[in-house]
Write a protein that binds this ligand. Sequence first.
Ligand code: AMP
Ligand code: MG
Length: 667
Amino acid sequence: MTSEQSHSSNAHSPITGLILAGGQGRRMGRVDKGLQRLHGRRMVDHVYERLCPQVGGIVISANQNQDAYRSFGVRVVSDMVTAAPGDDRGAGPLAGLHAGLSVSRRPLLMSVPCDTPFIPADLVSRLQAQLEQAGAQIAVVRTGNQSHPVFALMRRSVLGHLSEFLKAGGRKIDHWYASLKLVEVDFPDASAFANINTREELQQWEQHAVASSAAHTVTSSPAIKASSNPLPASLPVRDAQALIRKQVPLPRARQTVSLRESLGRVLAEDVISPINVPAHDNSAMDGWAVRSQDLHAQEDTRLQEIGSALAGVPFQGRVEAGQCVRITTGAVMPEGCDSVVVQEVARQEVSDRPDGITCIWVPTGQSAGQNRRLAGEDLAAGKPALRAGTRMNPAAIGLLASIGLTQVPVYQRLRVAILSTGDELCPPGQPLRAGQIYDSNRHTLWGLLQQLGCEVIDLGMVRDDPLLLEAALRQAAASADAVITSGGVSVGEADFTKPMMRKLGEVEFWTIAMRPGRPMAFGWIAAEDNSTHRAMLFGLPGNPVAVMVTFHHFVRAALLRMMGCGDGVRNDSDDAADVAAGDVPLLRARSSVAIRKRPGRTEYQRGVLSRGTRDGRDEPQVRLTGSQGSGILRSMVEADCFIVLDHAQGDVAPGDWVDVMLLEGLQ
Ligand code: AMP
Ligand code: MG
């Protein structure tokens, strides 16, 4: 079973966090509130992200949808003790508390409902301070004169007391609290404890975010009162990837190119093989072609060699009983033969007859059909040799050559415009003035796009001037399928880029729960207001490492999809298509070092893989490439992999297994 404490950064904390979930959601139409989405994420995700750093481990109590809650990799419990069958009232939050207390191994338990996405960052520390100071059994949140009983920090020792209370039929949380030594702790902001009960409330938050043009920096709500404790609501990497995947268009325009020109391009149609490959049954070894029915099971068999079959020069005639034919690898199997005896095992007996006819002795233990390749074994005539959506690599080029093709139907090359923003930028080759830096991002992006097989339109550098940037973006949108910018999307700078980009189309500014990375703009822009041609826009952060990380984890897969990768298998399986279109499989390696990691964001550390020995076993191991600052491009040069530390993961100890994504071979 998954342990409760796997994901917290402060594993030594004496507190288990308990998220009360899986309730009945009566006012929301009997849906599970924790699983409803706010800003593209489940409400429980918001709660988890806020609670995680405050406690040593998390348990979720839910009587339904437990698999969904297990997505965090934490323990999910249901209350079997008190949930009587058919008891529709259930024991409410007390049942959840009971379940949480029963499994918690830490001395304190902090309960929080799953539908309160705004809980404060100092919730636990304030309650704990008061609990200790008052020597109480339980500390409960109060705002103004309202008590919030489900936000409570309690000692594990109250479990026995709660069991008694429930056994005696007690159901009301405040009745139980009344029998405990309780301290109420004042918090200034009631809206931080607001729970979202109805669809209308959910929509109000959702719409408010859109209206305020800050989907992830909500500051106040007209309906739920201003919150001094805004949503952190940075978007998890997976959610951002899913949002991008949904929006990027599939390719349409096709062309036919010559076989060699197709390298790196994406097939626009299935290629049907006009022939069998191999065209005939043939030999996989040098030796003698034989009829397996001639071979004796118990003793060696003597066969007469009646000729030879060479690659390119078939044997003419038919092989009869007791005969065999000398054969070389790749030669067509003579008529009548079904197996090849390799030359190393056969014994030759040279005839003294003038025609030089030779006999061979074949030892026992041969099997029918051995060392023979069947016609069509590699590719069958009339069947797809390659599927649409295949990226043409050297093997694929060879394969099409092997069926005799010289022309290949491909999608048109994706046109991608790149530009760098920033007043501080200077092109390489010119002397730097004070305060300037060389523009490296555009060159990195150029390289990444070349490797991907895109046609790159380099629009140079643009100063931090909305009018200039607008003109450059309009030009980019007119000439490209996708536009990649670097810089100008971080919180301070986005103030001027945001309204301008929005004017050109639909662009969202995200704060992504990742490091490096974080700010990113995504959407589409058009060259002119009524233009039907749209270009996808990826506004990447300015830091050089963040550019590469966001490119690898968001842009690459999107561009591959726009190029048509995985197209042909999309109908068979979305998973297969996603792999073909850039979902990179992760490997596992042991970390040779400790890595600090905060739960609640995905981190991409630059690593170097090697082989190590542990307990006598050979194992892959990974270390960090020194400093991991997001401006240190050297770390990307030295690295051969990303160490991918998952959203929920906490610190890594030396010897822990970590996910690793190879950079080499990534295109
Ligand atoms: P920004 O996202 O525009 O705030 O930039 C973040 C950091 O990245 C700053 O230190 C910039 O100087 C740096 N930076 C921005 N653009 C580039 C670029 N094209 N090449 C190298 N560094 C850059
Ligand atoms: Mg800048």
